[in-house]
Design a protein around this ligand. Structure first.
Ligand code: PMV
Length: 315
């Protein structure tokens, strides 16, 4: 990223939802964790011209008050407006460049990470600090633009960069992971928009409310049991709960043949548990492994069609 003169640089991590996606939108708990090694980056540089933003991946640039070439650049412009509005900077100047190593539309929180990195860099450009609490709120505003009705879990884990036990509207609870968990993440290669997956679940909820609520309650129970397993270092139990969570998400209708195939392949290769992660209908799945199974599971996932496989240790 070209950023030579007085740059203000920042970054934020990707995230996985370990358990509880979708039900979390309806008030159930969920557990999420940052992936420190996979990040989005922002670099803000002072200039005399109206504040502008350039996305390396989208190959788009837009200035804060300029007419838009097309709607796809609107969220980038809104990011500048939301940040400048928060800091009360009336005629901001400077250039912001955003770049991300996190796959887009993969359920790994790329949107939240880009927003968090960008707003931190803008805060520094404006000569201001930003407490995590305020940043969390601003990134949540951006999540609403991207997703419609987000639960708030993505922005929370990406801003605090710690494993969280999240319940909508409740105080933040950081989680202690007793025994490091080795997680493999595999990408189906099918891009999936969280907004669509959330809409599909909403439709199911509207059509079959009591049955869908029952599924949410069961997911909520799985998540609270998994919290206990994580805090006590019971990995076998955690794996079984991930499997159960995937089964419930399938019933909710947001898995896909590709996701199911990767989940089955990882279990057959020795993973302790596996499930889709994030919005579903494509995107990424996760598997819980240990030192002796990680390579076999990685290989099995590639053979089963994953377009990328990475692993990391959650602690
Ligand atoms: O697809 P992602 O990484 O944005 O995860 C979305 C998680 C959901 O529970 C499906 C939605 C939400 O806002 O919590």
């Amino acid at each position: 990223m070209p950023c030579n003169r007085h740059p203000f640089k920042s970054s934020a991590p990707a995230k996985i939802i370990l358990l509880g996606e979708h039900a979390v939108v309806y008030g159930m708990p969920a557990i999420a964790a940052p992936i420190q090694s996979l990040r989005a980056y922002a670099c803000a540089q002072p200039s005399d011209t109206m504040l502008s933003i350039r996305s390396v991946e989208l190959e788009k640039s837009v200035a804060m008050d300029a007419p838009l070439p097309d709607d796809s650049a609107r969220p980038m412009q809104q990011l500048l407006q939301i940040a400048s509005g928060h800091f009360g900077v009336r005629k901001p100047t400077g250039n912001l460049v955003i770049r991300s190593d996190i796959p887009f539309a993969g359920g790994l929180g790329s949107g939240a990470a880009v927003s968090a990195a960008a707003i931190r860099a803008l805060a520094a450009l404006f000569g201001r600090g930003i407490p995590n609490e305020d940043l969390n709120q601003l990134v949540f505003e951006m999540e609403k633009i991207h997703h419609g009705t987000p639960s708030g879990i993505d922005n929370t884990v990406v801003v605090y960069e710690r494993p969280v036990y999240f319940e909508r509207g409740k105080d933040l609870e950081l989680l202690t992971v007793e025994r490091p968990c080795h997680i493999v993440i595999a990408d189906t290669g099918r891009a999936a928009m969280t907004r669509e997956a959330v809409g599909r679940v909403r439709q199911r909820y509207d059509e079959r409310q009591s049955e869908t609520e029952e599924l949410f309650l069961r997911i909520g129970q799985v998540v609270s049991d998994a919290r206990h397993a994580l805090e006590c270092g019971e990995q076998g139990r955690l794996g079984a709960l991930m499997n159960e969570n995937h089964r419930l998400l399938r019933q909710l209708g947001i898995s896909s043949p590709e996701l199911d195939e990767l989940v089955d392949a990882s279990i057959a290769a020795g993973a302790m548990g596996a499930k889709l992660s994030g919005g579903g209908m494509g995107g990424n799945m996760i598997a819980l492994v240990d030192g002796s199974t990680v390579q076999a599971v990685r290989r099995a996932l590639s053979l089963a069609g994953a377009v990328s496989v990475v692993d990391f240790v959650l602690n």
